[in-house]
Design a protein around this ligand. Structure first.
Ligand code: UT7
Length: 325
């Protein structure tokens, strides 16, 4: 038994913020942002939350898979920007969509989260524990973005993507997953401290709001090296050649990272679809949103092999192979 993707769904906020509008917030320019990142605009939540977007994406993926919420055995949500720590976002989605049989839990591997969640879902299915799993990546990054920091605020956007993973006959593929906690400080989102009877007086820093902080160049260099390595390794482990791969669906963090990966593994640019120009970096939602768009554009056909690859905070990385059915 293995897991196959039966349906995809997505939800992005209506409200968009283009580069010209960002010029009014920080010292930047549309030209700089487009040249350095490929981003033209991003969608920013007004009323939506990460949980509400996750539920909407899940409903669409279920409708496409022609499965009912009560048929789901598990809901796995990848997020690092949930509005609440408890209950989990997966439980919020369960309640919203009525998936009353599902085991629900969240997983945080930053921008690699969707890959880790997908590999986890496949492992449960291959172990024979579950048949139908909703895997969701949902982020409301505007909530954890410092809108006065031009090094980060130009990058991020909000959105959610979901897939239904279902048990099917056949052998599973081997994922490549990794983490390097020694480089954790390159990309952080700290939590605020609370006063306790034991903490002593809190400093001004303790009380300040918490935002994403990033050493952009370190993360860039890490991604441009690690993602090609992970792709080569996942191909080798699964005895596939580059000619067997239709598309490489990469985490949308920076157009230049995607281009650098393509160059390093010697594959043509057309095999690397991108939508970063429209959504910016939506962290763990970027890969399922891109898959959803590719499906809508009729780019995916039965038998197509895809490599999905992500990277990000932790630092973490991962690559999986899926065969479209
Ligand atoms: O989701 C996974 C995690 N995130 C990533 O994968 C992001 C990885 N990193 C990146 O995408 C890039 O490093 C950035 C897009 C964040 C930055 O691009 P860069 O080419 O690495 O720029 P830089 O940090 O080397 O900065 C170059 C210059 C600096 O000015 P000086 O020192 O040369 O005078 C910056 O101060 O550009 C300046 N700069 C800006 N200028 C205009 C930095 N941000 C901006 C800005 N607008 N928004």
């Amino acid at each position: 038994m293995t897991g196959i993707i039966k349906g995809t769904g997505a939800c992005v906020p209506r409200n968009t913020l283009d580069n010209r509008e960002l010029e009014k917030l920080v010292e930047t320019s549309d030209k700089w942002i487009q040249e350095r990142t490929g981003i033209q605009r991003r969608h920013i939540a007004a009323k939506d939350t990460a949980a509400s977007m996750a539920a909407k994406a899940a409903k669409e993926a279920l409708a496409q898979a022609k499965l009912k919420p009560e048929q789901m055995d598990m809901i796995l949500v990848s997020t690092m920007s949930s509005e609440e720590v408890m209950p989990s976002m997966a439980c919020r989605v369960q309640d919203e969509i009525g998936a009353f049989r599902a085991v629900c839990l969240d997983l945080n591997a930053a921008c690699s989260g969707f890959i880790m969640a997908y590999a986890t879902a496949c492992a449960y299915i291959e172990a024979g524990l579950f048949q139908n799993i909703l895997v969701i990546g949902s982020e409301c990054l505007s909530n954890v973005t410092d809108w006065s920091d031009r090094g980060t605020c130009i990058l991020f956007g909000d959105g959610a993507g979901a897939v239904v993973v279902t048990a099917a006959h056949g052998r599973g593929t081997i994922p490549v997953l990794g983490s390097d906690g020694t480089k954790g400080e390159a990309l952080t989102l700290k939590n605020r401290k609370n006063q306790t009877p034991f903490s002593g007086p809190l400093t001004k820093e303790d009380l300040s709001p918490c935002y994403i902080r990033m050493d952009g160049q370190t993360v860039f260099k890490f991604a441009a090296r690690k993602v090609p390595e992970a792709i080569e390794e996942v191909l080798l482990k699964n005895k596939l050649r580059k000619g067997d791969i239709k598309y490489y669906v990469l985490h949308q963090a920076n157009k230049r990272i995607v281009e650098a990966v393509a160059k390093r593994i010697g594959e043509p640019a057309y095999k690397f679809p991108m939508n970063i120009q429209e959504y910016g970096n939506t962290s763990s939602a970027s890969i399922p949103i891109l898959l959803w768009e590719m499906q809508k554009q009729n780019m995916l056909h039965p038998g197509d092999n895809l490599v999905l690859a992500g990277f990000g905070g932790g630092l973490t990385w991962g690559a999986v192979i899926i065969t479209w059915r």
